[in-house]
Design a protein around this ligand. Structure first.
Ligand SMILES: [Zn+2]
Length: 76
């Protein structure tokens, strides 16, 4: 089964889930707060930035290889 990435809109937790391809677009349950989490598109969309352009921490999954708040600006 392929691995899909989901992002919880409640607590901003990003987690991965093994799912059938046919179920990949269904909402997943956040393991931290039980919110409904949507799938993160394979092209890293700007989920880590809010409307004001402020980088929001996404719980340790941000890039550790550079100062960017997300991995959009490097390949780490
Ligand atoms: Zn959550």
């Amino acid at each position: 089964m392929p691995l899909y990435e989901y992002l919880c809109p409640g607590c901003k937790l990003k987690f991965e889930l093994l799912r059938k391809a046919s179920e990949s677009d269904e909402m997943a349950c956040c393991p931290r707060c039980q919110n409904s989490a949507g799938r993160v598109p394979s092209t890293f969309a700007s989920f880590s930035k809010d409307a004001g352009g402020v980088t929001t921490s996404i719980g340790g999954s941000a890039c550790s290889g550079c100062d960017a708040g997300s991995c959009q600006s490097c390949n780490h």
